[in-house]
Design a binder for this molecule. Structure first.
Ligand code: PSU
Ligand code: MN
Length: 299
């Protein structure tokens, strides 16, 4: 059986010619940002990747196929996306078989990027080990995907809605390199420093690409290239902590668990902070797209 891949002509041509390609996910479009900001962001991300010399490949599932490179009508469907299902590795087959619309998470986007031959992927924040995971066993499939699929995920670290210390422990156990790009601190999405060290420091995109190549040469799988949010866009850590605590408490009181937990908490934070977290989120994703294009160009 071959996977039902539908690769856009521009992406196919770039891959065939060995030109740099950067994958982008659809969960942040469908569930991460409000409409129509999300549609504008999707276009801005693609433009940023192009400006940095790579071809964007936004990935999602529609009509029984994995779409690598989306046209405008399909981007619009994801952006309006109330009907888009959150797709990870576990339900990718089910969504394909039923022909439903699927917004791919980090895990599913990595899997699809790899099937298409794309090695670098830019996103906002990684999923991780949840607080209280020693009781709930809620560990994002993003982490196990990193352990099995050779794609470099460029992100701004992970949000402190997670247990970041355990997230780094888990990645270490799974043999996933975590690179701090231009930093020796592990970034925490809205803020530049989670209070934890980045396991490996690299100076820049070129050094990140060199580590990725070496890692893949020895049969390694995924890597995390963690890029701190630009200084000017970072939020105040005390403010982020306070809102995060409230968001988590609210999710607990409403009994939100499982795959619904992350979208609920992110949505709560966006509403509670007005435009501030959305603006920071937008800035960091765009920055990651640029760095991802630079890494892809060096590979
Ligand atoms: N973290 C964020 N923003 C996001 C996500 C995580 O800061 O948009 C999304 C990503 O698509 C990620 C998914 O892959 O949530 C993880 O969900 P879960 O925790 O259910 O594995
Ligand atoms: Mn989970």
């Amino acid at each position: 059986m071959t996977p039902p891949l539908a690769i856009a002509e521009e992406v196919r041509a770039a891959l065939a010619a060995g030109r740099p390609v950067v994958a982008l996910e659809t969960t942040i479009i469908a569930h991460g940002f409000p409409y129509p900001d999300n549609l504008e962001l999707a276009a801005a991300l693609e433009a940023t990747v192009r400006a940095a010399g790579a071809v964007p490949a936004t990935i999602g599932v529609a009509d029984g196929r994995i779409r690598v490179g989306l046209d405008q009508p399909l981007l619009e469907r994801f952006a309006r996306g109330a009907d888009a299902e959150k797709v990870s590795r576990r339900n990718l087959g089910a969504v394909l078989a039923a022909g439903r619309l699927g917004a791919t998470t980090v895990a599913a986007t990595m899997l699809c990027a790899h099937l298409a031959g794309v090695r670098v992927f830019a996103t906002g924040g990684l999923g991780g080990v949840h607080r209280g995971a020693e009781r709930t066993m809620d560990v994002s499939a993003d982490l196990t995907e990193l352990a099995r699929t050779p794609v470099c995920v460029v992100c701004a670290g992970a949000k402190s809605i997670l247990d970041l210390r355990l997230t780094l422990e888990y990645l270490e156990t799974q043999g996933v390199p975590v690179l701090g790009v231009g930093t020796d601190r592990f970034p925490a999405f809205y803020t530049r420093d989670s209070g934890l060290p980045a396991p490996t420091r690299v100076a820049d995109a070129a050094e990140a690409a060199a580590v990725a190549s070496a890692h893949w040469s020895i049969g390694g799988a995924g890597l995390v290239a963690a890029v701190p949010i630009p200084e000017a866009d970072a939020l105040d850590p005390a403010f982020v902590d306070e809102v995060t605590e409230r968001a988590i408490r609210e999710a607990g009181q409403r009994g939100v668990t499982g795959s619904a937990w992350t979208p609920f908490v992110l949505g709560f934070i966006h509403e509670a902070t007005g435009g501030r977290s959305v603006a920071a989120n937008r800035a960091l994703v765009l920055n990651n797209a640029r760095v991802a294009a630079e890494i892809a160009a060096r590979l």
